[in-house]
Design a protein around this ligand. Structure first.
Ligand code: AMP
Ligand code: ZN
Length: 138
């Protein structure tokens, strides 16, 4: 499986950097975003390294989006938002900051349309609580 030692998300895949994980399967990992745009904002990444959508092999793409749907369904049940956004950026000018393909799943609550990225780093204990509520609804 391709791996880039300088890539932040490859390092999360290898367990070299901690992440508040929601679930993982053979091909993907879902974890909480540390600068959440809304309460419960999480990411899904492939375990293989691909910088963006154009580099993604078809089966990894399918696996990531399956996991994103699974995550979104559990988020709807576990956190009870009114809806959710799927976001995905390609290229620095498009707002991409981590160059390892990822899909954002951003829950949306009534009366609060989430901005692009959160400005404040979340408390890991709070993220762990949210991840636990999502996991319990998987
Ligand atoms: P982008 O590349 O703009 O689509 O977004 C990258 C996302 O990764 C941002 O929402 C960051 O808050 C998030 N992020 C960066 N580092 C970490 C990390 N160590 N753990 C969890 N999320 C992260
Ligand atoms: Zn990577």
């Amino acid at each position: 499986m391709t791996h880039d030692p300088n890539c932040l998300f490859c390092r999360i895949v290898r367990g070299e950097i901690p992440a508040v994980q929601v679930f993982e399967d053979e091909d993907t990992i879902a974890f909480m975003d540390i600068f959440p745009a809304s309460e419960g904002h999480a990411l899904v990444i492939p375990k293989l390294h691909a910088a963006n959508l154009l580099e993604m092999p078809d089966d990894a793409l399918t696996a990531v989006h399956r996991s994103a749907r699974r995550l979104a369904a559990a988020m709807m049940r576990g956190l009870g938002p009114a809806g959710f956004q799927i976001r995905q950026f390609n290229g620095a000018e498009a707002g991409q900051t981590v160059f390892h393909y990822h899909v954002h799943v951003v829950p949306c609550y009534p009366g609060a349309r989430p901005g692009l990225h959160g400005r404040d780093q979340a408390d890991p204990a709070v993220l762990a609580g949210l991840a636990g509520r999502i996991r319990a609804a998987l």
